[in-house]
Every structure is written in C-alpha cells, then in structure tokens.
Design a protein around this ligand. Structure first.
Ligand code: FES
Length: 235
C-alpha cells in the first residue's frame, strides 16, 4: 500500500473513531449533568441516543479495520462450502514462483480471494487463506509474532490454534486445541480453548456458533507457466 493511501486511511479511521468517542462522551455528559444543557427534548433520552449511536459507530469500525489489518472478521465462523475441482477453472496469476519461500506457506490475494500458496521446490499447491476453524489467516499476521508455520509431513498448521491440514486434500489431520499445541502455546491454546468452549455453549443464531472443530479446507489446482504460479479459482 502506498504511504499516501495509508495516510488517507488512517486519517479517515482516526476521525471516525474520534467522532464516535465524541458522541459517547456527549451522551454521558447529558446523562450526568442534564441541568447544564438546554435541549428541546428530554436530555436523558438524548444522552442515551448519543451513546447508542456512538457505540454502534465504534462497533462498525471493526469490519472496516480488521480487513485492513489482514484479519477478516471471524464471521461466519463456518467454512464456506467446498467448490468441486470441475468448477475451479478460472486461472489467475498468484505471483512468480521465486517470490514464494520454499517450504513456508505464503498468503496472496488472487482475484481478491485470500489464497495460501505452498511451495516445495518446483511444486506448488494452494488452499484457502482462511482457516476453516475460526476463519483466521493461515499465513499469520504481518508484523506480529503469529506467523505461517513451515510445512511438515505434508501438512500446514494454523498458527492460531494448531489445526493441521493435509496440503494435497485439505483434510483436517489434527483438530484445533490439540493438547500438544495447548501446552506449547498456553494463551493461543489452553486459554482460548476455554473461551471457545464457553462461546459454543451460549445461544447463537444458527451458523454463528463458535466451534471447537475445523473443517476440510478448500484446495485449488495450481500450475506453473513461464515462472508464474497460476491458480484455478471458482468460475
Ligand atoms: S483459526 Fe485455525 S485453528 Fe483456530
């Protein structure tokens, strides 16, 4: 992203955040000190309305901010339906082969889709960039300690809760919160297992419940043309 675009984005989000906080602060002021304000309507109602608008405005920043940070909002939690290989015939360039590290997955956007490219020598495979467990990026988060894990035994491992997926088929070979992962990552593993366990017990609209399980990942066909990695996406 160019520094100019980053500056514009940060300015807009900063103004948005400040405006939201201003609404909440104004609402609190109306509730705490209604005598001091001259309004045409009841200051208590006005205060509540301002706070509600401020909170809703703050909450709406999430879906805008998270993708900018490389994190898709974690809803829907359920993975998308698997598209059969016969419909993966829209070939698009993912990048040059030499841009992909050997043995460590890397996420790229191909036709605006998040795709994980897994290169091993001259062979390349691809799967969805978002883990089927909580739809967090399998390639980790840039400039954070959560990074893509090297390929091991033909599997990629989600760096968030340790689910392992077979590269060739996308099948789940290890569920999230495996005891070994939990003991090595107490916060991402053991602690979050408790939170996910709690979340799965709360009433939630169908399809939005938190799940402890991962599902088979979407894989995509790949080929190399003139040093470029081509990926077959849904038509
Ligand atoms: S998001 Fe991948 S294992 Fe939880």
């Amino acid at each position: 992203m160019s520094p100019f675009l980053a500056f514009i984005g940060i300015s807009i989000l900063g103004t948005w955040g400040l405006a939201s906080m201003g609404l909440i602060a104004g609402g609190i002021f109306l509730l705490v000190d209604p005598e001091d304000v001259i309004t045409a309507s009841d200051p208590t109602v006005g205060g509540i309305v301002l706070i509600v608008i401020g909170v809703v405005s703050m909450a709406a920043m999430g879906p805008v901010l998270l993708p900018l940070l490389g994190i898709d909002p974690p809803f829907p939690v359920s993975a998308r339906k698997i598209v059969p290989a016969s419909r993966l015939s829209r070939w698009a360039k993912a990048g040059q082969l030499r841009e992909f590290p050997d043995g460590t997955p890397k996420e790229v956007r191909v036709l605006s889709q998040r795709v994980l490219i897994i290169r091993e020598g001259d062979s390349v495979r691809a799967m969805s960039g978002l883990c089927s467990h909580a739809r967090l990026p399998l390639g980790g988060i840039a400039m954070s300690p959560i990074k893509a894990e090297p390929v091991r035994d033909g599997c990629v491992m989600c760096p968030f809760h340790g689910a392992r997926f077979e590269i060739s088929t996308g099948k789940v070979l290890r569920e999230p919160f495996d005891s070994q992962f939990n003991s090595e990552h107490p916060i991402l593993g053991g602690l979050q297992k408790k939170l996910f366990g709690l979340g799965s017990k709360l009433p939630a609209p169908p399809g939005l419940g938190m799940s402890m399980k991962a599902e088979t990942m979407q894989t995509y066909p790949c080929r190399i043309e003139d040093g470029n990695v081509m990926v077959g996406l849904p038509k």
